[in-house]
Ligand binder design. Structure first.
Ligand SMILES: Nc1ncnc2c1ncn2[C@@H]1O[C@H](COP(=O)(O)OP(=O)(O)OP(=O)(O)O)[C@@H](O)[C@H]1O
Length: 274
């Protein structure tokens, strides 16, 4: 299918995401999204397409709607009192807000990592096994295989392989965050949403997470909210700049950071406001 025909029907900004290899399909598509918290409009007619196996950064000043927009992709906003939306979100062409969609199934496919590492008060092993157990999986060999594989993918295994029974809360902040990433990966999602995953971490731990995000790109579609402009520039293929609930500019990260089309983007990335 041609990329053009996948474009949003109507939008307040032209979207030109970078395409990878010959993949013309979009993994995620948001069409004409409005989000309200009661009568406050947090997202205003945003349309945006995300290609598979790419890293997309959402940037913009505090309160512009980055987290709200991110949470749409695994229906995390559904829990918030007063939340309502217009528009459609598609994953691999399926409308994820269709009544036939089971939210638990969706969340297996779309994992999430939060700003503050939030391990459960359980062992390292049980934290990673958790998602599998709540799916009703009881094959211990399979669980162990997934735990080890996920910890390796999250580049944590070598550091903790002799302490899998240790309490997860005793790990350092950076290790806890990689554990939370392992926990998300254990159930084999294909999309990973990351809401400021390094903002509570020191520079060395942040660097490890950035390297990890880069590695994961070959297997996952990653969407990351960040306040850190250098981080967005380093890790992402495409960047979406949001301002007061509107999508101001979206496209190739290098272009957004070196030669943006909109003055407002330029002013934001050069630190003139935000
Ligand atoms: N649960 C809620 N109830 C009411 N308003 C909310 C709620 N969550 C967010 N908002 C409002 O929606 C707007 C967008 O918030 P959101 O957290 O998505 O922005 P953000 O860009 O992620 O901000 P930050 O960078 O500070 O995390 C803000 O004005 C915020 O006050």
């Amino acid at each position: 299918m041609e990329a053009e025909s996948q474009s949003p029907k109507a939008t307040n900004v032209e979207t030109k995401p970078k395409l990878h290899s010959d993949d013309q399909e979009y993994k995620l598509r948001a069409e004409n999204i409005d989000v309200f918290y009661d009568d406050f409009q947090a997202i205003k007619n945003v349309s945006l397409n995300i290609v598979g196996n790419s890293i997309t950064a959402f940037i913009g000043p505090s309160g512009c709607g980055k987290s709200t927009f991110l949470r749409l992709f695994n229906r995390m906003n559904d829990y918030i009192d007063g939340f309502s939306m217009n528009g459609d979100i598609y994953m691999e062409g399926k409308d994820i807000y269709d009544p036939s969609i089971k939210v638990e199934e969706l969340r297996k496919t779309v994992g999430m990592v939060f700003q503050k590492p939030n391990p459960f008060p359980k062992s390292i092993y049980e934290n990673v096994a958790y998602g599998l157990r709540i799916q009703g999986i009881s094959d211990e060999d399979y669980i162990e295989e997934r735990v080890v594989e996920s910890l390796k993918q999250a580049t944590l295994f070598e550091e903790i392989k002799d302490n899998l029974d240790k309490q997860a809360t005793a790990l350092s902040g950076g290790q806890q965050q990689r554990l939370c990433i392992a926990r998300a990966l254990a159930v084999k999602p294909s999309v990973l949403l990351m809401d400021e995953p390094t903002s509570a971490l020191d520079p060395i731990s942040s660097g490890k997470i950035e390297d990890l995000v880069h590695e994961l790109k070959s297997d996952y579609t990653i969407v990351i909210v960040t306040h850190n402009m250098q981080q967005a520039g380093r890790v992402s293929d495409n960047t979406a700049f949001l301002y007061m609930g509107s999508l101001i500019e979206y496209g190739d990260t290098q272009k957004i950071f070196t030669n943006p089309e909109k003055d407002r983007t330029q002013n934001y990335i050069t630190g003139r406001f935000g």
